[in-house]
Design a protein around this ligand. Structure first.
Ligand code: NAD
Length: 494
């Protein structure tokens, strides 16, 4: 399979894999192409894996197809039978959770404390939730008809899923897809992003140890061209994509042409609406969690802070003090709050937006610079007095940059929050939870938090407008991997 990693101090030694996990086996790749992973902290290569090419995708889809089409295979099992294997998968992931968290941190700069929660622990929670949900949700019902007969309505797995994920939260996002699709009886070809391939091999090891039937889970590490090949592959029944809005549009076009079901979780530019009765000091930990975790590299982060004129100076000072003083450092250090950006390209992109903010007249109150000589670090950056129509207030930056925008009254705050091409997340901060919920109802977005933000596995997650199509998590997430089928019984009765 490859050489297992070793930990030395707080650095991972180079991790090398030479085979791919396809069809329940570790197989030789079809080409000698490799993906090298570079640490955003040290700028050194920390590992490499085979790069899947089109022939590997063909093999993976074929394996997933055979596993799905097997008349006594995974799709034909009961939800309880599948739950047994999924539970073993969760246990195997838990055995590797610290190593997974360290690999993610080392690859994308996610602070290790966050990586332990999001990447180490959360996948097993989601697996168990969906396995239980599939068991407890009847998959068939007899519906009395209006025309004299009755109908057997069943929920069937959609088939082979092509799942494509980004680098920012690679494990949790993979399991937003794997957990419901496996519980529903689907099989999968998963394509991780090239920046975060090393953790995907731990996932493959866990799947292998769990004893899934061959071909239920297949992993093809590769870039966007191979991703596009997977999306249009004739053996794929559904596509589930998380990533940028640009790539999502292109995938939606392909799926539209093929009439192939697709779930799209895309970009965001969410707003934190701070009402005039908010006690930010009391909820500051939640506020930081909603606005500036993972170095600003999370789709639903509230990167527009809307502050009432009546308390503007005080709120700006609080945000500047707390976020501007977050500790920057090696993401493997437990005291680090802000790690590096994933790549030099991402760092350059974020710096471009900081320059644009300055040239558009926004006032810098914190950060704005690189941090350190090595690694792709950018200081947490706060802009004040931001014009809500300006570029930094409208475009997704995907880095540690917040825009503070003044408003005069609640209606104007809601109008500014809704003046966005995106609609993914959002928060409302108020000492009165009912008032907070009333404002939250008026925000055009798939998800909104009151005095905090938490994606709970039981509630649907996803966006409107340019933030995506469809929902993950909750019963809606399970249903997105099923299609309803009606068998009209006693049809002659009508
Ligand atoms: P990206 O779109 O460049 O890449 C995401 C994944 O898609 C990668 O695996 C990439 O190789 C692949 N890919 C890219 N173009 C493709 C194409 N045309 N066809 C098939 N596959 C393709 O995004 P990124 O830079 O890796 O991730 C950051 C973006 O993801 C941000 O816009 C962020 O908001 C978004 N995101 C959204 C959510 C959500 O749940 N809504 C979650 C995380 C990230």
């Amino acid at each position: 399979m490859g050489r297992r990693p070793q930990l030395e101090g707080d650095c991972l030694m180079t991790i090398e894999y030479s085979t791919l996990y396809i069809g329940g086996k570790w197989v030789e790749p079809s080409s000698s192409a490799k993906i090298s992973v570079v640490s955003p902290t040290t700028e050194q290569v920390i590992g490499s894996v085979p790069e899947a090419v089109e022939a590997d995708v063909d093999a993976a889809v074929s394996a997933a197809r055979s596993a799905f089409d097997d008349p006594i295979g995974w799709a034909s099992w009961t939800a309880s039978e599948r739950k047994d294997v999924i539970e073993r998968f969760a246990l195997e992931l838990e055995k590797r959770s610290e190593e997974t968290a360290q690999r993610v941190s080392s690859q994308n700069g996610m602070p290790i404390t966050l990586a332990r929660a999001f990447e180490g622990a959360f996948p097993a929670v989601m697996l168990r939730y969906f396995a239980d949900l599939a068991v407890s949700t009847p998959q068939e019902e007899i519906r009395p008809g209006l025309l004299g007969g009755s109908t057997l309505v069943s929920k069937l797995p959609v088939g082979v899923v092509g799942a494509i994920v980004p680098w920012n939260v690679p494990q949790a996002i993979s399991f937003l897809k794997l957990s419901p699709l496996l519980s529903a009886g689907c099989t999968v070809v998963l394509k991780p992003a090239p920046e975060t391939v090393l953790d995907a091999f731990l996932m493959a090891e866990s799947a292998d140890a769990a004893g899934f039937p061959p071909g239920v889970i297949n992993i093809v590490p590769a870039g966007r061209e191979v991703g596009a090949y997977l999306v249009s592959h004739p053996g794929v029944d559904k596509v589930s994509f998380t990533g940028s809005t640009g790539a999502g549009r292109s995938i939606a076009e392909t799926c539209g042409r093929l009439l192939r079901p697709v779930t799209l979780e895309l970009g965001g530019k969410s707003a934190a609406v701070v009402l005039d009765d908010a006690d930010l000091a009391k909820s500051i930990e939640s506020f930081v969690g909603a606005t500036m975790i993972n170095n600003g590299q999370i789709c639903w982060l509230n990167t527009r802070i809307l502050a009432p004129q009546s308390r503007y100076g005080e709120i700006l000072d609080t945000v500047t003090d707390i976020i501007g003083s977050m500790k920057i450092g090696n993401p493997l250090d437990e005291t680090t709050q802000v790690g590096p950006l994933v790549s030099a390209r991402q760092r350059d992109r974020v710096e471009g937006y900081i320059a644009k903010g300055l040239s558009d007249g926004a006032r810098l109150t914190a950060g704005g610079q690189r941090a350190g000589d090595t690694g792709w670090f950018v200081q947490p950056t706060i802009f004040a007095d931001v014009d809500p129509r300006s570029t930094i207030a409208q475009e997704e930056i995907f880095g540690p940059v917040l825009s503070v925008i003044p408003y005069t009254d609640e209606s104007q705050a809601i109008a500014i929050a809704n003046d966005s091409e995106y609609g993914l997340g959002g928060t409302v901060w108020s000492s009165d939870p009912d008032r907070g919920a009333a404002v939250a109802r008026r925000i055009q977005s798939g998800t909104v938090g009151v005095n905090g933000y938490q994606n709970d596995p039981t509630a649907p997650f996803g966006g409107i407008k340019s933030s995506g199509l469809g929902r993950e998590l909750g019963p809606e997430g399970l249903a997105s991997y099923q299609y309803p089928k009606s068998i009209y019984l006693d049809a002659s009765a009508s």
